[in-house]
Design a protein around this ligand. Structure first.
Ligand SMILES: Nc1nc2c(c(=O)[nH]1)N[C@H]1C(S)=C(S)[C@@H](COP(=O)(O)O)O[C@H]1N2
Ligand SMILES: [Mo]
Length: 326
């Protein structure tokens, strides 16, 4: 595979010519031929696996220095669990669906538009966006509102780097994140389970907090499609659904934006959605969580911490009643 080294040390295999769909199809074709015996060899299956790994978009390396401020002592979730137990409703509502169906997503070429209340609106291709700031690896806990959590080494940079570049106007008080909306690439869009495209939002000061990560990779590789390739947010102090995947548009706005889950169930999912063990979901307690990979009969439930343990964000919410602004 052709590898090009970019100035900031990111290895960029040129996958734009090889769409994941084409790769998937040629691989499937190859596997079928092996199964039919038209290609015969004892070690053939092993070869298929290695070839599959080498050509999967998720197998493209992405170099980044580990940021010691976010090097967790906790055991990391396995790559396998993090890539086969996903919420990405554009690819189905079952946890196993995205890993099986997201091969139809084409993460390159990709452009992202940043507009609205900014002095310098821009449309960037993925490479330009990736070069905007130095990539870091940060180990973050992510907790889903459903009551499970993972510990994942994400790669990216603080969203604040991008915010600075576009120069928000005095009217910009919120940021809206908009996911790709393409039925050809996303089979789940045919189901009305959410209003499409998936939208999320943050207050500008939340978005500027250094913890708010614009992420391009995980586990030393570019993001697998099912984890939101090629670019997503990771907000470790908020429930997982705030971390929008496969973003095509970032819009700066004056008024609090609508959000996909709030539209779907306003009494269950508010705008802020901070991890908060003291505010129950109307249908279940949020006081504890299950760490993925620790299932089984002896697995203990962990206590959920306020802001998922990221207490440095607390000052963003002083004076706010977090039961009211859930
Ligand atoms: N576009 C989009 N982004 C999304 C979702 C989604 O369905 N669509 N699901 C969210 C939810 S509920 C969670 S818990 C996280 C899961 O991220 P992961 O699969 O990488 O662990 O993605 C969030 N981002
Ligand atoms: Mo979630």
């Amino acid at each position: 595979m052709l590898i090009k080294r970019s100035p900031n040390g990111i290895d960029l295999p040129f996958s734009s010519e090889i769409t994941p769909r084409a790769v998937f199809e040629s691989r499937r074709d190859f596997i079928r031929k092996v199964a039919l015996g038209s290609i015969a060899s004892g070690s053939m299956l092993e070869m298929v696996n290695r070839e599959a790994f080498a050509q999967t978009p998720g197998a493209q390396k992405l170099a980044a220095a580990a940021n010691p401020a976010y090097a967790s002592m906790e055991k990391k979730t396995s790559f396998k669990d993090a890539t086969t137990y996903n919420n990405f409703y554009e690819f189905g509502t079952d946890k196993a669906d995205p890993a099986m169906t997201a091969s139809s997503l084409r993460p390159r070429p990709w452009t992202i538009t940043i507009d609205g209340e900014v002095k310098k609106p821009m449309t960037l291709d993925l490479d330009s966006l990736m070069k905007l700031a130095a990539m870091e690896e940060r180990v973050y806990r992510l907790r889903c509102v459903e009551g499970w959590s993972m510990v994942i080494p994400w790669i990216g940079y603080s969203l604040s780097n991008l915010i600075k570049k576009v120069e928000p106007t005095a009217n910009a008080r919120y940021i809206e994140f908009i996911t790709l909306d393409d039925k050809k690439q996303m089979p789940g869009l045919r189901s009305p389970v959410l209003e499409w495209p998936y939208v999320e939002g943050l207050r500008l000061d939340e978005a500027n907090h250094p913890l708010a990560l614009l992420s391009f990779g995980m586990y030393g590789e570019v993001l697998p499609n099912q984890n939101g390739a090629p670019v997503r947010m990771v907000l470790p102090w908020k429930y997982g659904f705030k971390s929008a995947k496969s973003i095509v548009k970032i819009r700066f706005v004056k008024d609090q934006p609508r959000t996909a889950w709030n539209i779907a169930a306003p009494s269950e999912y508010g705008f802020y959605s901070n991890v908060n063990p003291d505010v129950d979901h109307p249908r279940w307690s949020q006081a504890s969580e299950r760490r993925i990979g620790e299932d089984g009969f002896l697995a203990r439930k962990r206590k959920t911490l306020m802001f998922n343990g990221y207490s440095e964000v607390a000052s963003l919410y002083t004076g706010m009643d977090l039961k009211k602004f859930y």
